[in-house]
Design a protein around this ligand. Structure first.
Ligand SMILES: CC(C)(COP(=O)(O)OP(=O)(O)OC[C@H]1O[C@@H](n2cnc3c(N)ncnc32)[C@H](O)[C@@H]1OP(=O)(O)O)[C@@H](O)C(=O)NCCC(=O)NCCS
Length: 382
């Protein structure tokens, strides 16, 4: 069967929604033998790109059967500490039906999306995958000219039923949206991948707020540049991904499900045993995504840890929020202060990049630059 029979076209909500969601369920990401997580987009397969300034979703059809899908989004970000800007295109949600793989469908979908990037003057295309997703890496690196770029760390912490204690030496304050935009622009605008439309991110209904922590007894003036800032401080914002899509775990042995449920029942019934309170992730669940992690001063670590506990306590009020996810630069020392469970976290997410055009004929090539300490992970791209 040749590629000529494959038809690529834009996603049509009415015609394609059910088929895309069905395809999503059938598509494991990574090795087939182990449990995998898939997304339940709750009737809106475009939900992962809808909040970006520009976006596109394409489907591949083979004799009226929907066999592949891809999403892409475009925005302007900071690409170097000199605050240089670049227009970037993000490739995400690529899925090809297991029955139709190795027929060039994935390759055709990415190439078509690159044409859309080109038409919109995108400087760099980038994508993220797991380091052991051989199919994806071979497709992007061997066939499409992407190169390995950054390796951020994804930290995952379960939400337990207990409210966590927060030290009385730490003061936590919610920051108004306008103030948080000032904070971001003042302290994070030079961070790689910082989105230039941060105001839109912060104003989005999924953004639950921005909080800062500083030592009790010191004062917070919204960082009025004319006033003293606390000796140490930390900040973060929270995005409710569970309002957009749910996650489901598939391919899990039944014994594992039963064991987890029993452990959880015992932990709740007999709390003094101090068994780990395992989250029930076998039915659809949501998560909070923490973004914009930043801090300054000698006590940053302690303050950030308290902020994460605060977010955990916030999540206990959200019925289907079972985990809290944070993604930070692989070299970012702050990650040591973010509570997480090692075995459900991913220490090396794999980001690849490809320059698409020569930017004003300069010699600068972002894809060749070494990784900086910090990295901004946009909650809209999770
Ligand atoms: C990754 C995926 C989209 C590839 O789709 P596909 O239509 O099978 O890919 P193509 O047929 O276009 O492959 C093009 C080239 O990529 C490489 N490739 C694709 N799948 C591969 C695999 N399983 N093993 C090794 N190389 C592979 C090959 O070089 C292939 O060329 P070849 O067949 O001539 O050797 C598909 O495997 C999939 O849906 N996987 C599950 C979801 C996923 O991992 N998505 C990517 C997340 S970023």
């Amino acid at each position: 069967m040749g590629c000529r029979e494959i038809k690529l076209r834009s996603f049509d909500k009415q015609r394609d929604t059910a088929m895309v969601e069905d395809l999503e369920k059938k598509c494991e990401v990574g090795p087939r033998e182990r449990p995998f997580i898939y997304m339940d987009t709750m009737g809106d397969p475009m939900c992962r790109i809808r909040n970006s300034p520009e976006y596109k979703m394409l489907v591949a059809e083979l004799e009226n059967e929907l066999v592949g899908v891809i999403r892409g989004s475009i925005k302007i970000v900071t690409c170097s500490s000199l605050e240089d800007k670049a227009k970037v295109g993000y490739v995400l949600g690529l899925r090809v039906s297991p029955l139709h793989r190795r027929k060039g469908i994935g390759l055709s979908l990415v190439k078509r999306l690159e044409e859309w990037f080109d038409a919109n003057c995108v400087d760099y295309a980038y994508m993220a995958t797991e380091k052991d997703n051989e199919a994806s890496l071979k497709l992007f690196m061997d066939n499409l000219g992407f190169v390995k770029f950054r390796s951020p760390t994804i930290l995952v912490n379960p939400v337990s039923h207990h409210v966590l204690h927060i030290s009385s030496s730490v003061k936590i304050t919610r920051v108004k949206v306008e103030q948080s935009e000032n904070l971001y622009r003042r302290f994070m605008s030079r961070v790689e991948f910082f989105p230039h439309d941060i105001d839109r991110v912060l104003q989005n209904r999924l953004s639950l707020g921005t909080w800062v922590a500083y030592p009790q007894g010191e004062s917070w003036d919204g960082f009025d540049p004319n006033r003293c800032i606390p000796s140490s401080w930390a900040m973060l914002s929270v995005w409710n991904s569970g309002d957009l899509f749910k996650l489901r775990v598939a391919n899990v042995p039944l014994a594992c499900i039963v064991c987890t449920k029993i452990m959880s029942l015992i932990a709740r019934a007999v709390p003094f045993l101090k068994l780990p309170d395992l989250p029930d992730v076998f039915s659809a669940f949501g998560f909070y995504f923490i973004y914009g992690v930043h801090g300054e001063g000698p006590q940053t670590g302690v303050l950030l840890h308290s902020l994460c506990r605060f977010v955990h306590n916030l999540a206990t009020n959200c019925k289907d929020c079972k985990v809290i996810v944070v993604e930070v630069g692989g070299l970012d020392g702050l990650r040591h202060h973010i509570p997480h469970w090692e075995f459900i976290s991913c220490t090396e997410d794999f980001w690849c990049i490809k320059p698409l055009r020569n930017r004003n004929n300069t010699q600068f090539n972002w894809s060749e630059t070494p990784p900086p300490r910090a990295l901004f992970v946009d909650p809209r791209e999770v």
